[in-house]
Design a protein around this ligand. Structure first.
Ligand SMILES: [Zn+2]
Ligand SMILES: [Zn+2]
Length: 146
């Protein structure tokens, strides 16, 4: 059995999964822990590498399936950082945005509040309530602007 590093949180998640008719398996627990523990955004490959260290039989498609499930349950956010680079983090840490350089791949985190003016303008101009919790904005970083 995997030892839960976040007993409180993991229990909530386990309860949630059970309520929705899913089981909290050790693999699912480990995948969730890997996401919770990473300060940066983590890729499916990085999650897989951590899980395999403990459960050598878990293949990457299990990781993808679990990520789909966690996304569906709104426990994890997925961001496309361009070029098919998908990164994950816990949904409750998802209130920020990313500037992504299309040349060198650098990413810069933005506070959620930096896009409040955009949100207000969308509401004013289009009566549209934008759900701007986690955006990746493509462009060119200062180093690549030559
Ligand atoms: Zn993010
Ligand atoms: Zn760049």
């Amino acid at each position: 059995m995997a030892k839960a590093k976040h007993p409180g949180h993991s229990k909530d998640v386990a309860t949630l999964l059970t309520e929705k008719g899913y089981r909290m398996t050790p693999q699912r627990m480990m995948i969730l822990d890997a996401i919770e523990d990473s300060d940066q955004h983590i890729s499916a490959e990085e999650i897989h590498a951590q899980v395999v260290a403990r459960y050598p039989n878990v293949n990457i498609s299990t990781v993808y399936r679990t990520l789909e499930l966690l996304k569906k349950l709104a426990l994890v956010t997925e961001t496309d950082l361009g070029g098919g680079r998908f990164r994950y983090h816990p949904a409750d840490k998802g209130h920020h945005h990313h500037l992504v350089c299309q040349e060198c791949g650098a990413t810069i985190d933005l506070d959620e509040s930096e896009l409040f003016p955009l949100k207000e303008s969308l509401l004013r101009q289009h009566k549209f309530i934008a759900d701007l919790h986690h955006l990746a904005i493509m462009g060119r970083c200062v180093k690549c602007q030559k």
